[in-house]
Design a protein around this ligand. Structure first.
Ligand code: ADP
Ligand code: MG
Length: 854
């Protein structure tokens, strides 16, 4: 089983890092190819790897190193006999090939009349072989490879009595005749002793499969106890394991042997008490090995298991002899062995991609031990007697089929996540130290690379706010974590501001969702919005919901307030000392068109004052003045102009005031630069003069000493030469600076013009606003508008409103020249202008009367 780790996480981390570093580089310093950061990148990748492992909720992660394909090794072991069928069974000299010759009429049941000779080439024929030799030939390599992380399977196949158990377990009462199993355990422990650099643990389990049921041959141990639920075969990405099977840690050879004997005894006892025939069960003894390097730095470790399989007798039981329990057993054995054979045939066929492992418990339990990534060995036990030739032939056929199977042994390499995290933590600490060294070398005060605490985050938040307000010029870059936090805080401040704006709007206005059709139709019915969803009375159709709130006038008070208003106007008119030719009555343009819609209880349409279309579609008073606003009721006495001017700058005039200030600051900046440039030019000029003087001195010296010439060229000394070069350079500087100054002067001029224009407009608009706000009755304003009560030409508008074109100009000019004295000077100009206005007004009225008489 292989697992591939995608580099996706790593790449995305790097790209994020890259972006941040680009930003960092763009801001202040360039940290990009810093070795420590590269190491940090690598570290992040490793941390993510360990996170991935942890997220899989497992302490282990599996990697396998694939090797090359390898054929299954198949051996034949012949049970010693005095009655060996020399004529029928012949071995060739290669010790690998076994030839079978069958006389046509020897036995009944040999159906194949045509074929009488077979030849099987295996990996070795073991005749009269000692247990020792068998182990050396069959098992030694498999076991030693297991300690390197390769799984191994050794399987004994053959008819009952042919020596499978003898080969696998051996004679338990005789050490010399011990089989593969105890020898394998011995080898494992010997190898552990030879490898002090590794901590190797050994565990064992012993499973019996009898009539498709699973039995734990070690469940009788006092600390295990019988399992409450039947065992099941479970598959997971790490392989196949038997749920409920006891696995025993063994720290020494002796313990392992005890377990083996315990299992063997249970196998025999079971065959008595449960009336089981031990030759009809499959037994799988498994040794689990886990090898970890003792050096702490290595988080990799290897695991493996060695399956030692003693199969049930392979003989085909004669039908006549098989009844009841025996028939049942025979059926199971035959089935499971034939499934094993099918699986093996499938494994041997390179074109097959599905192997039927799950057809029976045996193949299912051995799924990851047959073929696959393990070292696999088959021992076929046969009789040497002629009487058993038929079964021998069948066993040899099985063996030769097995030889076709190839496996791909691979190391089961795993990562210990805990150890890995520890190592990474160590590495992280080291890198931090290294960063600290780099910081001190770069003369930076110690930068903290730990996660930020609340105080630090609060500090960054305040920096961001000050930066946004403009009180902080720039935010110093300290490290990646800080950059990330700065961005975080930017996002937070932004979202807070959005919320504030929205809640302010909500406090003041009722916002209606443009997609909420029910609400819209309700509002339309109430006459608040037109069919297009535009606010009635809203000239620019920006959407609804922008009614004006702070108007506390209620319908019942309307007439009263109106009365008050008129009184105010006439009184202020009287104060001005001019009697208006138009009475309040004449100018009483109906205000019934002004609707006031009061809040409904549920607050849907709250405090909304919306004027109807007809009224609102009229042009604003001044063509370029901002959108007409509804203002709070007027105070009975108008504020002084300096006070009003301050209000104006914050309200309607805020935009033009802002532009005015902006232009002024640009102008000042340009002026400053121009004066700096002038100073530089003067300095250069002085230096040019000095250099010229020095040069003249050199020249006169040279002339005094007599001149040298070489091929018509004047020879001058180095000092003079350098002076010439310097002069040339200074002149060049002078020219560029001069050009700069010219450009700057043009800019200053242009900016000055802009500032003047802005000032002019600010004052003009202020004046209009002031008059409109405190002197011209609203009714009159409306009447003056196109479609209003007064026909154009009936009255010279500018005279009524306030300023004539010429007056305004003069006023503006006057103010422009004197405004730098401060807003206090405004009242002075106001008085002057008012006086002029009065004068103009009288003049105009007289002119009108004269025209009328004519
Ligand atoms: P199986 O497990 O295949 O049914 P056993 O291993 O139980 O067969 O062998 C049957 C008998 O033959 C046992 O008494 C065993 O000791 C003996 N035997 C088998 N093979 C050998 C051998 N190679 N050398 C000596 N005795 C053997
Ligand atoms: Mg046996």
């Amino acid at each position: 089983m292989t697992t591939t780790i995608t580099s996706h996480h790593f790449l995305s981390t790097c790209s994020v890092l890259g972006t941040v570093l680009d930003l960092a580089g763009g801001f202040k310093r360039d940290k990009r190819h810093h070795p420590v950061l590269q190491a940090a990148c690598h570290l992040i990748w490793e941390l993510q790897l360990s996170q991935m492992m942890r997220s899989k909720n497992s302490n282990k992660h599996y990697f396998t190193k694939m090797g090359s394909r390898k054929k299954v090794h198949a051996f034949v072991r012949v049970r010693p006999t005095d009655d060996f069928a020399h004529e029928m069974i012949k071995y060739r000299d290669d010790n690998k090939t076994i030839d079978i010759h069958l006389k046509k009429d020897t036995r009944r049941g040999v159906v194949n009349n045509q074929q009488t000779d077979w030849s099987f080439k295996l990996d070795r024929v073991l005749h009269d072989a000692s247990q020792d030799l068998v182990y050396e030939t069959v098992a030694k390599d498999v076991v030693s490879q297991a300690l390197n992380g390769f799984n191994g399977t050794i399987m004994c196949y053959g008819q009952t009595g042919a020596g499978k158990t003898y080969t696998m377990t051996g004679a338990t009462e005789n050490y010399k005749h011990r089989g593969i199993l105890p020898r394998a355990l011995q080898q494992v422990f010997r190898m552990i002793e030879e490898r002090p650099t590794h901590a190797i643990t050994v565990r064992v389990s012993y499973l019996e499969i009898y009539n498709e049921s699973l039995f734990d041959l070690l469940s009788t141990l006092p600390y295990v106890g019988p399992s409450a639920t039947p065992m099941t075969i479970v598959e997971n990405p790490q392989g196949v394991f038997i749920k409920g099977l006891s696995v025993h840690l063994t720290s020494q050879e002796e313990d392992a042997f005890s377990l083996l004997f315990e299992g063997e005894t249970n196998r025999i006892i079971a065959s008595h008490t449960m009336n089981k025939n031990s030759s009809r069960s499959h037994c799988i003894f498994t040794i689990y090995v886990e090898a970890r390097s003792r050096t702490l730095s290595d988080e990799k470790y290897v695991t493996s298991k060695i399956n030692l399989v003693d199969l049930a007798g392979s003989e085909r039981l004669g039908k006549s002899r098989s009844e009841g329990r025996v028939l049942k057993e025979a059926t199971y054995i035959n089935k499971s062995l034939s499934f094993l054979e099918q699986a093996i045939i499938a494994l041997g066929d390179q074109k097959r991609d599905h192997i039927p492992f799950r057809q029976c418990k045996l193949t299912h339990a051995l799924k990851d031990s047959l073929g696959g990534n393990c070292n696999m060995v088959l021992v076929t036990n046969i009789y040497g007697e002629a009487a058993q030739l038929e079964e021998t032939l069948s066993s040899l056929r099985f063996a030769s089929r097995m030889k076709l199977v190839t496996t791909e042994p691979a190391i089961n390499e795993k990562y210990d996540a805990e150890r890995m995290v520890k190592n990474l933590e160590k590495e992280l600490a080291l890198l931090k130290q290294e960063l600290a060294i780099h910081d001190s070398l770069a003369n930076r005060t110690l930068v903290n690379y730990d996660p930020m605490d609340e105080i630090q985050i609060a500090e960054i938040n305040s920096q961001v706010r000050r930066y946004l307000e403009g009180t902080l010029e720039e935010i110093d870059i300290i490290n990646l974590r800080q950059i990330q936090e700065v961005f975080n805080q930017f996002r937070m401040v932004l979202s807070q501001q959005e919320q504030e704006v929205e809640s302010t709007l909500r406090r003041k206005y009722t916002l209606i969702d443009k997609n909420d059709y029910a609400a819209i139709s309700a509002v339309q019915k109430a006459g608040l919005v037109d069919a297009d969803g535009h606010l009635v009375g809203e000239p620019d159709g920006q959407g609804f919901g922008l009614g004006v709130a702070p108007f506390s006038v209620k319908p019942g008070k309307k007439s009263k307030s109106k009365k008050m208003f008129k009184e105010q106007v006439s009184s202020s008119a009287r104060k001005e000392g001019a009697s208006s030719p138009l009475s309040g009555k004449d100018l009483d343009v109906s205000t019934s068109k002004t609707q006031m819609i009061l809040s409904s209880k549920d607050g849907d349409v709250k405090d909304m004052l919306v004027r109807d279309r007809e009224t609102s579609n009229t042009e604003p008073l001044a063509s370029d003045s901002p959108k007409e606003e509804l203002r709070p009721p007027r105070p009975s006495t108008p504020p002084t102009k300096p006070v009003a001017f301050e209000d104006f700058k914050n309200e309607r005039g805020s935009e033009i005031n802002r532009i005015f200030k902006e232009n002024k600051s640009i102008l000042n900046e340009r002026r400053k630069r121009a004066s700096e440039t002038t100073q530089r030019i003067n300095a250069i000029k002085r230096e040019i003069d000095m250099t010229k003087e020095a040069l003249n001195l050199q020249k006169s010296l040279r002339e005094k000493q007599g001149e040298y010439e070489n091929k018509g060229l004047m020879i001058i000394d180095e000092e003079e030469f350098l002076l010439i070069l310097k002069l040339k350079d200074l002149k060049k500087q002078y020219r560029t600076e001069h050009q700069d100054l010219r450009d700057l002067r043009a800019e200053v001029q242009y900016c000055q013009h802009l500032v003047d224009q802005c000032r002019h407009r600010l004052l003009t608009e202020f004046d209009i606003w002031y008059n409109e706000s405190f002197f011209v009755p609203e009714d009159l304003q409306m009447a003056l508008k196109p479609g209003g009560g007064i026909r154009p030409g009936m009255m010279p508008l500018n005279k009524i409103v306030s300023l004539g074109e010429d007056d305004q100009d003069r006023f503006g000019q006057l103010q422009q020249t004197t405004l730098p004295e401060g807003p206090d000077s405004v009242s002075f100009y106001n008085a002057k202008v008012k006086m002029e206005q009065k004068h103009n007004y009288v003049k105009t009225m007289m002119g009108l009367q004269q025209a009328h008489r004519k």
